[in-house]
Design a protein around this ligand. Structure first.
Ligand code: C5P
Ligand code: MG
Length: 297
């Protein structure tokens, strides 16, 4: 069985033959896949982004909510604050996805966006119990195939790190409403800070934005150390910043990077092909990662 599985790495995976799948270095991906399959699930760990990677980018041409959008669009936010948050997004999102600026040039703008948006959200008097309703009323949803992926990784005891510049409390609620939070999942994100009355008063810990995930990765070196025998990584992201999520993983042997390219596609495709082993353009599913997992597990 093993030999058959190894021989059928790449060319026989119909999910990888689709038109929206871009692989710059097919030989490298073939070798990587064979290696991951050979080493098996005991050597594997998953590191993934949340917004627009696990969660869906759009449905019927309409954008789906990010963690931040769930709060921003909630009925608890007054019109005047909605306007402020919309203006922030119109200013900073084009910078986030700009194909010409470097990551270093983008960082100060991302700091501004996150800080201003967080303080506006905090000024809206959210309560802990409002989150469930805000998520339910939003159009945030998971990519097709996430539910299968989560339960299967759990069943096979493969650890999954969800590393998000979104909002931890919201992403957990999205996962709970559309699938399940499992014991093998660990989340690193911006968590909300509620006072003893359950009122939102701020955000805890160091800010995670799109382009400082390398720092967050180093802060979580304990997590990676406990998984040091799991030397093979599948990394999934939708931003160039997500490539840094595995920085500081000790003993890393093989890393397969899968990138979802959702927006500003023509301008960014070349860069994504350089940086990610497999690029999935305008894909609303987990079909490709799941097909790979099926071979490994
Ligand atoms: O989970 P992930 O790291 O992808 O979360 C970050 C995403 O949240 C960014 O891609 C950004 O576009 C989005 N965001 C937002 N509103 C904010 C800040 C970030 O929608 N105020
Ligand atoms: Mg993302």
């Amino acid at each position: 069985v093993k030999i058959y599985k190894v021989m059928s790495c790449f060319s026989q995976m119909e999910e990888l033959q689709k038109e929206n799948v871009y692989i710059k270095d097919a030989e490298r991906v073939e070798k990587l896949l064979c290696q991951l399959i050979q080493d098996g699930k005991s050597k594997l760990q998953i590191i993934t982004d949340f917004d627009m990677t696990l969660s869906r980018f759009s449905i019927n041409g309409k954008r789906c909510a990010t963690c931040h959008n769930v709060l921003e669009n909630s009925s608890l936010v007054p019109e005047s604050k909605k306007q402020v948050l919309d203006e922030l997004r119109d200013t900073y999102y084009p910078i986030e996805i700009n194909a010409k600026m470097t990551i270093e040039e983008k960082i100060p703008f991302m700091m501004e966006w996150w800080t201003k948006a967080q303080s506006t959200i905090v000024a809206c008097n959210f309560r802990r119990e409002d989150l469930t309703r805000a998520v339910r009323e939003s159009n945030a949803m998971l990519r097709d195939g996430c539910d299968w992926q989560f339960s299967t990784l759990h069943e096979h005891k493969v650890p999954m790190l969800i590393f998000s510049a979104g909002i931890g409390d919201i992403l957990e609620e999205i996962i709970k409403q559309h699938s399940q939070m499992y014991a093998n999942m660990r989340v690193v994100s911006n968590y909300m800070d509620f006072n003893h009355d359950g009122m939102l008063v701020g955000f805890k810990g160091d800010l995670v934005h799109t382009y400082n995930k390398n720092e967050g990765a180093l802060r979580n070196s304990d997590y990676f150390t406990t998984l040091k025998d799991r030397r093979n990584i599948i990394l999934m992201g939708d931003s160039m910043g997500d490539l840094r999520m595995a920085d500081g993983v000790p003993n890393m042997q093989h890393i397969l990077k899968i990138g979802f390219l959702n927006d500003n596609i023509e301008e960014r495709l070349e860069k994504y092909k350089e940086a990610y082993d497999i690029v999935l353009v305008s894909d609303s599913t987990m079909d490709v990662p799941n097909a790979i997992l099926k071979k490994i597990l």
